[in-house]
Design a protein around this ligand. Structure first.
Ligand SMILES: [Zn+2]
Length: 191
């Protein structure tokens, strides 16, 4: 890992893990892919290794990320999907060349085109976003209950009652805030 860059928050859903590379959108935003090199790192840990990345390709990636965020947020709120976001997602999906590969162990891998371009990886991410926004997968899109986050996430829990995009960060912070608030309310308690 490169020093000085924020950690990645990896979830089990590719498209929303990708939108999570910008966190705290409604607070102090944390950009987790600040450089082309960090996008290369993120793609590698996400099973979409590419050979290289230019600043123009990083711009494409961020444009796709914010488009997925906008469309997934609208879907979670059952609003109309923003046309510009749909346009970007479709363009990126169409521009990628990648094949789904079944391993002998029965898992799926993505094989990018022989050039292993960023565009190929973005195509896989765009297609993943389409499958969750279109409701093709078992789960529901919801918004994180943290007021500074409000990230769209994919809730595949049995009860569909997940409240936070990430239990380790937003969920934990919210629990601590509630704990501290309760403590302050108790008269005479030393905090
Ligand atoms: Zn969150």
């Amino acid at each position: 890992m490169r020093a000085g860059s924020p950690d990645f928050r990896l979830g089990s859903v590719l498209a929303t893990s990708f939108t999570g590379t910008l966190s705290e959108r409604h607070g102090n935003p944390v950009e987790r892919i600040p450089t082309p090199g960090r996008l290369v790192d993120w793609l590698a840990v996400s099973g979409l290794a590419v050979d290289s990345c230019t600043t123009a390709q990083l711009d494409l990636a961020r444009e796709l990320r914010e488009s997925i965020h906008a469309a997934a947020t609208a879907a979670a709120l059952q609003d109309a999907l923003p046309a510009s976001a749909v346009h970007v997602i479709n363009d990126r999906s169409a521009a990628g060349r990648a094949a789904a590969i079944l391993t002998p162990e029965g898992t799926r891998l993505w094989r990018l085109s022989s050039a292993s371009r960023v565009e190929d990886a973005l195509g896989v991410i765009a297609a993943d976003a389409i499958s969750i926004i279109a409701g093709e997968r078992d789960g529901r899109l919801a918004l994180c209950a943290s007021p500074t986050c409000q990230a769209a996430f994919f809730d595949a829990s049995q009860s569909r009652t997940r409240r936070w995009c990430d239990m380790n960060t937003c969920g934990n912070r919210q629990k601590k805030a509630r704990f501290n608030a309760n403590h302050r309310k108790t008269p005479g308690s030393a905090v």
